[in-house]
Design a protein around this ligand. Structure first.
Ligand code: 6CS
Ligand code: FE
Length: 298
């Protein structure tokens, strides 16, 4: 398919003063042959219906120890490119470190590990590459919220991701508890595309990664979708993995507990869904936020 053909914007957003909700145009589970799934039929059905799946205790204590040591060194900004570090909006605490898979071997190996990668290759029915990776620390007392959003709406408008053929893995590096600002997902919201109001500001990422105010759904749409199927908190022990569809509405509250909610997020995108020119009409976001330079199967 030529570049011009893929540039048809089938998911417009931030182009009107009125919010809009429309049906998803893409499959959730792209796999045609489900007999070779690396997860159970019930897990596939849960993911397809709800838009996410929690895989309990995927990584063991020894593996977690290595990952936490790597996360601590990244949090200490050791051998980390300064432009990939995002600080909390109200302090100098490290909120996120982007492109972590290219800055630390431990995380590079994680994203190639067959336990998450095989699930992504199955659900997206293709070879996959890393569109984005990040460590979100959400430190105790200081970790601020991530307002409700669809990742795909941002990746489509600001990164030029054509279709909903991507998913996120969130590997829990610390226990994700009721008290420490766990990921919350609006059940089933991935089946609707919520177009947001408000034009994308220039270099929006400089603000949105600290506190997102554009490309966020309107309250009425959030209320409607929450009341339809409910809001779920992804509570699980460190070592567990949440797989969630690129378009599910999710967010998390501030962490006022003493306990960090540290997760490593990585986004698998289908090799047949590579980013084109951003649909915002603005220049692409930097490489460390939206990978364009290293598009090879994991
Ligand atoms: O803009 C982005 O790509 C990032 N923003 C959020 C809130 N989630 C996805 C991603 O990390
Ligand atoms: Fe997100």
């Amino acid at each position: 398919m030529s570049q011009a053909e893929t540039a048809v914007d089938v998911y417009p957003s931030r182009d009107s003063s009125q919010p809009r909700m429309s049906p998803r145009l893409d499959p959730v589970v792209w796999a045609s042959d489900r007999s070779r799934a690396p997860i159970s039929e019930a897990e596939v059905a849960h993911y397809e219906e709800n838009g996410y799946l929690i895989l309990q205790d995927v990584f063991d204590a020894a593996e977690l120890g290595r990952l936490m040591a790597a996360a601590d060194s990244a949090m200490a900004r050791e051998n980390i490119a300064p432009e990939t570090i995002i600080e909390e909006p109200e302090s100098k605490a490290v909120r996120s470190v982007f492109e972590i898979h290219r800055q630390h071997d431990t995380f590079a190996a994680l994203m190639k590990d067959t336990r998450p990668a095989d699930v992504a290759r199955f659900l997206l029915d293709d070879e996959v590459y890393i569109h984005q990776s990040r460590l979100n620390y959400k430190p105790g007392f200081e970790g601020k919220d991530f307002w409700w959003h669809s990742d795909f709406e941002t990746w489509h408008i600001e990164d030029g991701m054509p279709r909903m053929r991507a998913l996120s893995m969130s590997l829990m590096l610390t226990d994700n508890l009721v008290s420490n600002g766990p990921l919350m997902l609006i059940n089933g919201s991935h089946k609707h595309y919520v177009a947001c109001v408000g034009e994308t500001p220039a270099e929006h990422y400089k603000a949105s990664l600290r506190k997102q105010e554009y490309g966020v759904p309107d309250h009425e749409s959030i209320r409607k979708l929450s009341e339809e199927r409910g809001i779920r908190a992804a509570l699980a022990r460190a070592g567990s993995v949440v797989v969630f569809d690129c378009n599910i509405l999710h967010g998390s509250a501030s962490n006022i507990s003493p306990y960090p909610r540290s997760n490593v997020f990585f986004v698998y995108n289908s090799m047949h869904n590579q980013c084109v020119e951003p649909f915002s009409g603005q220049p692409p976001r930097p490489q460390h936020i939206a990978n364009r330079a290293f598009v090879e199967p994991v």
